[in-house]
Write a protein that binds this ligand. Structure first.
Ligand SMILES: Cc1cc2nc3c(=O)[nH]c(=O)nc-3n(C[C@H](O)[C@H](O)[C@H](O)COP(=O)(O)OP(=O)(O)OC[C@H]3O[C@@H](n4cnc5c(N)ncnc54)[C@H](O)[C@@H]3O)c2cc1C
Ligand SMILES: NC(=O)c1ccc[n+]([C@@H]2O[C@H](COP(=O)([O-])OP(=O)(O)OC[C@H]3O[C@@H](n4cnc5c(N)ncnc54)[C@H](O)[C@@H]3O)[C@@H](O)[C@H]2O)c1
Length: 447
């Protein structure tokens, strides 16, 4: 076993969070190594956010599949991370290629070489959950990684899971001509969000010809001579050329050697972090030379790229000794379908779990002048206030460009802006943004 250099900081995982942490700390003068076993830049750049948004945009523009995949592959640099690696080297980061594993406090091993460090930052992301279903392991399947990087357009695609990944990809593939069926074991799409959001989206997907099988589970799969045959728990059957598994993701915590430094993570959970993104390490693990930190999907806190970027900035600040406590109350959750589904803060389901007395006010986008101008009446906005505190604590909107015009609500929740101020804000005419005025007034009157 060869012994390498001592680094001030080793960052495990070079996706969105890891890249930002490594570059930020190197630019602040720290000696930093980043360990990456696949592509520097991670999921968002090559297999998730960028390719999916590129294909959705191409679908909206009516481009052909060939043009759309060419555009996507250009945007994802044909899965070549040379430029991303060079940018990190330019920032002063040492990029170590290979799988990183903690071997004892202060030491990470990468392909047989040990690297000492003071601080350690875990940015290992998340991985798809593959459900244990009879026959599934014996047939060819995709996860979002393949669905967003290969050139194939299956004639019949069955998607397992109606969360953000399943819904975005159902829309992509249906737009380009695949016959898409989507199986969601819950009775509705986007179960984490307000029920109306899933209903509006279900309607949009059905209109595109997507066969929604809600409240059903995939019981068994078999390969026949010409296709895949699927049996559902409700007695239904489907034929497919390809199955796409979009049944959730779990933080990537296995095979990292976390136990060597006293980090215990129950299966499926994220590494436990405090508000400074420092990982809770059990005290009997032995003396640690510095802090252990985590950012991004591996924390399981807020699984989006903007949350990963935010947590990366929090980690950089705290490693440099400037205390910054993360506040996750108003991190948006966006599904970039047509129409967009935007949610922020507390959802009605979460409010119920937390015992919050929720006051809801809503407005249909069809009543805005903008809907008439766009000739698109789909969508609705709902605002949620905590009756006991008299404050806006959550919102959901389904509608064209909702990801752009709902940002002021994120700010209002984060800043705890009084409703008296929010109702005094003037919105430009004719915009979808005007749709929040009426529910804000209603909440102000009822509180
Ligand atoms: C289909 C899809 C679409 C999405 N669309 C959006 C979107 O539009 N907007 C949005 O905000 N979010 C979106 N997300 C979520 C977003 O992609 C993630 O939240 C984000 O990529 C998380 O970044 P990360 O840095 O935590 O992890 P990642 O980008 O996954 O980076 C982790 C990196 O660590 C590496 N790694 C792991 N373990 C080791 C190890 N032991 N040694 C070496 N390297 C290791 C991996 O190879 C990987 O490159 C989407 C997700 C999916 C699946
Ligand atoms: N635009 C975005 O920001 C964006 C887009 C895509 C994904 N993401 C992130 O990726 C994460 C993962 O997304 P996801 O959609 O894979 O997961 P998810 O957990 O949000 O949804 C998975 C869905 O699959 C269903 N399911 C699970 N097992 C099933 C089975 N055996 N049969 C049928 N249905 C089954 C679940 O009921 C659930 O509704 C999200 O939480 C999100 O943070 C973000």
């Amino acid at each position: 076993m060869s012994q390498n250099h001592h680094y001030d900081v080793v960052v495990l995982g070079g996706g969105t969070a890891g890249e930002l942490v490594a570059a930020g700390l190197a630019q602040a003068g720290r000696d930093v190594a980043l360990v990456e076993n696949r592509l520097v830049g991670g999921e968002a750049r090559y297999f998730a956010d960028l390719p999916s948004k590129s294909l959705l945009l191409s679908a909206r523009r009516g481009e052909t599949w060939e043009l759309a995949t060419a555009r996507r592959d250009e945007l994802t640099a044909h899965l070549d991370d040379d430029d991303a690696g060079a940018a990190l080297a330019e920032a002063g980061v040492t990029v170590l290629r290979g799988w990183g594993r903690i071997v004892r406090p202060g030491v990470v091993e990468v392909d047989g070489t040990e690297h000492d460090h003071t601080d350690l930052v875990l940015c290992t992301g998340s991985e798809p959950v593959i459900p244990a279903i009879d026959g599934l392991a014996d047939v060819p399947t995709w996860t979002s990684d393949e669905a967003l990087s290969v050139p194939d357009l299956p004639r019949r695609l069955v998607i397992l899971g109606g969360g953000p990944v399943g819904c975005e990809l159902a829309q992509v593939y249906a737009s380009f001509g695949s016959h898409v069926a989507l199986i969601e074991s819950a009775g509705r799409l986007l179960t984490a969000e307000a029920p109306f959001a899933g209903e509006v989206l279900a309607d949009a997907l059905r209109r595109m010809g997507v066969d929604l099988r809600l409240g059903a589970e995939l019981a068994r799969v078999e390969r026949t001579e010409l296709a895949l045959r699927l049996w559902l728990s409700d007695g239904g059957t489907l034929e497919a050329d390809r199955i796409l598994i979009a049944a959730g993701r779990r933080p990537r915590t296995a095979e990292l050697g976390l136990a060597e430094i006293g980090i215990t993570v129950p299966p499926g959970h994220g590494v436990p972090v405090d508000e400074t993104c420092q990982v809770n390490v059990e005290p009997d693990a032995g003396p640690m030379p510095g802090g252990v930190w985590a950012a991004g999907d591996v924390t399981g806190v807020a699984r989006t790229t903007h949350a990963a970027r935010y947590q990366a900035r929090v980690v950089i600040s705290n490693v440099l000794g400037k205390r910054w406590e993360a506040d996750h109350r108003a991190v948006p959750r966006v599904v970039y379908t047509m129409p967009t589904v935007y949610s922020v803060g507390i959802s009605p389901g979460q409010a119920e779990e937390l015992g919050i007395d929720l006051l809801t006010a809503g407005y249909d986008l069809a009543a805005t002048a903008r809907a008439a101008v766009e000739a698109d009446e789909r969508g609705r906005v709902e605002l949620y206030a905590d009756r006991s505190r008299g404050l806006l604590i959550g919102a959901a909107a389904v509608g064209l460009y909702a990801e752009e015009w709902m940002s002021e609500i994120a700010l209002a929740i984060r800043a705890e802006t009084p409703l008296s101020v929010l109702t005094d804000v003037v919105h430009a005419f004719p915009t979808y943004g005007e749709s929040i005025e009426s529910p804000l007034r209603e909440l102000a009157e009822r509180l």
